[in-house]
Every structure is written in structure tokens, then in C-alpha cells.
Design a protein around this ligand. Structure first.
Ligand code: ADP
Ligand code: MG
Length: 140
């Protein structure tokens, strides 16, 4: 099994409702280690860059507005098969379709306000980590 890193965001709906600890307990509970973490208020330009892959989608404007409206927590997670392990504990994008016990099933408010972001592949994980952290901010 490969030790991987993935990128995580605790979204505005999570910071607003004081859920960062509860969500990170779930993340740590599946054996993932938080090796970098900071609270940031994204600028609109940073949110646009982060979600550029979705810029043609109808929800892009709303997503960028929401992600830059309030603080978030950005973090790097490390562990065995971290990308999939984190996606599994996150649950489906649509919380109504998320499995029981997942973060989105328990905490998401809607498809848009779904509490967490997680990278979907090694290439995007590397890109997303590099947007938010320099090497010496990742401390294992
Ligand atoms: P995921 O976050 O599960 O990887 P996507 O990459 O497809 O999902 O979408 C990125 C984010 O855009 C979602 O987490 C959600 O906040 C928002 N989003 C996706 N689809 C919709 C939709 N149909 N309506 C509103 N917001 C959406
Ligand atoms: Mg995605």
C-alpha cells in the first residue's frame, strides 16, 4: 500500500457551525494524519483558480461566491491510499446519496454546502497542495 498525500478543505458551512473538530475527528478516525493545516479566507481569485476545472458548470459562480465568503480550513492529509480513504469518509457530493457515517451524510447542508473538499486523483492532489502550502509548511 502506498503512503499518499491529499488536499482537504473544511468549507465555510463547517467553519460557520463550529464543526472543524468533529470533522477532523472523523478524518483522524480512519487513520489519516493532518500534516499541514491553516485557516484562510480565500480571495475570489484564489477560489476561481482552485475551482477552474468547473468554470463551465452552472454552479461555478455560486461555488466561488460561497468559498470566498467566509473562512475555511485548508489541510494536507497523509496516510495509506489517502486520496481514496479521504473520499470514502467524505461521502458522495450529494449528501442525500452519501453513505451512513460519512462526513457529508452527517454534516452537509446541501449539494453546494457539503462541508468538505477532497482531491480526486494524485495529480490534482499535488496541484491543490502546491496552491496552498509551501514544502516547509508540511511537517508530517
Ligand atoms: P466533489 O467535491 O465531491 O469532488 P465536484 O468536484 O463534482 O464534487 O464539485 C465540486 C463542488 O461543487 C462540490 O463539492 C459542491 O460544493 C459543488 N457542486 C457540485 N455539483 C453541484 C451542483 N449540482 N449544485 C451546486 N453545487 C454543486
Ligand atoms: Mg471534486
Amino acid at each position: 500500500m502506498a503512503i499518499e498525500r491529499t488536499f482537504s478543505i473544511l468549507k465555510p458551512d463547517a467553519t460557520r457551525r463550529n464543526l472543524t473538530g468533529a470533522i477532523n475527528a472523523k478524518i483522524e478516525g480512519v487513520g489519516l494524519r493532518i500534516v499541514a493545516q491553516k485557516r484562510v479566507h480565500m480571495t475570489r481569485a484564489q477560489a476561481e483558480t482552485f475551482y477552474a476545472v468547473h468554470k463551465e458548470r452552472p454552479f461555478y459562480g455560486e461555488l466561488v461566491d460561497q468559498m470566498s465568503a467566509e473562512p475555511v480550513v485548508v489541510q494536507v492529509l497523509e496516510g495509506e491510499n489517502a486520496i481514496k480513504a479521504y473520499r470514502d469518509i467524505m461521502g458522495a457530493t450529494n449528501p442525500e446519496k452519501a453513505d451512513a457515517g460519512t462526513i457529508r451524510k452527517e454534516y452537509a447542508l446541501s449539494m453546494g454546502e457539503n462541508s468538505v473538499h477532497g482531491s480526486d486523483a494524485p495529480e490534482t492532489a499535488a496541484q491543490e497542495i502546491a496552491q496552498w502550502f509551501s514544502g516547509n509548511e508540511i511537517v508530517g
